[in-house]
Design a protein around this ligand. Structure first.
Ligand SMILES: Cc1cc2nc3c(=O)[nH]c(=O)nc-3n(C[C@H](O)[C@H](O)[C@H](O)COP(=O)(O)O)c2cc1C
Length: 350
């Protein structure tokens, strides 16, 4: 069994250097988050779900999700939609933007997405799911993967029937988050289904759900035979968890390290989204970073109320002066490769 999380594995011709994948999370997986994930040991990082309709209509904000940095590879960009032709076109664009893997979302439980026939809706329409997979897999030279839930309703085992059909249609790997769509995030991820899926397909399976420690990651890999684990909520504001999961090193970060990492994240996010969008986007991250007993509770409240990210940085440096030197030691982001054929002006805040 694949016990060593530091081992590399492959999605077709794409080598993934560790068995830990950073989860796609809408409203979280910005480029700064993905780059940080790579620095802390994630072998593969993933964009949040990007609407294929948004790509088709060249929606400015959607295209902003397609920024790809030289230090992000290997990178999966996740797309969602319900029309095979539009999904294939979106896949061509994300592959041209530099994605090493095109991932498709067949698991999003949010009504806004499922009512359009996308996300978890596709778990109930295997024929359409397969047509989309075929269209996308034949449109791009890079591997195409699918991320799904166990099924729509509680107790559903739809993923076990659908998984092998998706592989036949061209999926080069499958990620399973074994909760149902109606479950959202309640209950627990039942990885006995992941083990069953692994036994049914001959492509790598990534196990997603409730992996927050090295011990849990090892036990999920051992119990399921999955090629890798995916980490989502456990990495929010806590890149150190990724390091612990990959390398088994449990050292908690010092206050200075936390402040330095947060300052770097704030600066990178402002560069990416611009000050106005970044200052709202970042507020949830303050709680995530400063939690775990790292800083007193009122401090978080104080940061959330500050009106500019410059003030946030100043306040963090006052609370942890040693952070200034540590920030300087964080490697700067590599140059971005911008989307071919699109005006650079679409990248507000770039
Ligand atoms: C805030 C948030 C946003 C998410 N957005 C996406 C998404 O865009 N695409 C996707 O496939 N899964 C998404 N997920 C699901 C995660 O990728 C993952 O499968 C799930 O959180 C279970 O893993 P965890 O227990 O490690 O968090 C999201 C989860 C959260 C918490």
């Amino acid at each position: 069994m694949h016990g060593d999380l530091r081992e590399s594995w492959w999605i077709r011709e794409v080598e993934v250097p560790t068995r830990v994948v950073l989860a796609p999370m809408a409203g979280v997986s910005v480029q700064a988050f993905r780059r940080q994930g790579r620095r802390f040991g994630a072998g593969l990082v993933c964009s949040e779900m990007v609407s294929c309709a948004g790509i088709e209509h060249r929606n400015e904000r959607t295209l902003g999700y397609l920024r790809v940095g030289g230090d992000e590879h290997p990178l999966a960009i996740q797309i969602f939609g319900s029309d095979p032709g539009a999904m294939a076109e979106a896949a061509r664009m994300v592959a041209a933007a530099g994605a090493d893997v095109v991932d498709m979302n067949f698991g999003c439980p949010v009504r806004k997405v499922t009512k359009t026939g996308a996300g978890a809706y596709l778990l109930d329409d295997p024929a359409l799911a397969c047509r989309i997979t075929e269209a996308v897999a034949s449109a791009v030279p890079v591997p195409v993967t699918v991320k799904m839930r166990r099924g729509v309703e509680g107790g559903s085992r739809a993923c076990l029937e659908l998984g092998p059909r998706l592989v036949e249609a061209g999926a080069a790997a499958l990620t399973l988050h074994p909760r149902s769509a109606t479950q959202m995030y309640t209950g627990y991820a039942d990885h006995s289904l992941t083990a069953e899926l692994v036994s049914l397909v001959d492509v790598p399976v990534i196990a997603s759900g409730d992996v927050t420690s090295h011990a849990k990651a090892q036990s999920v890999l051992a119990a399921t035979g999955a090629a890798a684990v995916m980490v989502g909520r456990g990495a929010q504001g806590n890149p150190w968890a990724l390091r612990e999961i990959v390398f088994g090193e449990g050292a908690q970060p010092s206050r200075e390290e936390v402040a330095a990492e947060l300052i770097h994240f704030v600066r990178e996010t402002v560069r990416e989204l611009g000050e106005r969008r970044a200052s709202g986007f970042l507020k949830k991250f303050y709680g995530w970073y400063l939690g775990y007993g790292r800083f007193p509770r009122p401090f978080k409240q104080e940061l959330v109320q500050l009106s500019s990210t410059d003030e946030v940085v100043t306040r963090l440096l006052a609370a942890a002066p040693g952070a200034a030197e540590l920030v300087e030691q964080i490697p700067l982001a590599a140059d971005e490769i911008l989307l071919v054929g699109l005006p650079i002006s679409i990248y507000g805040g770039g």
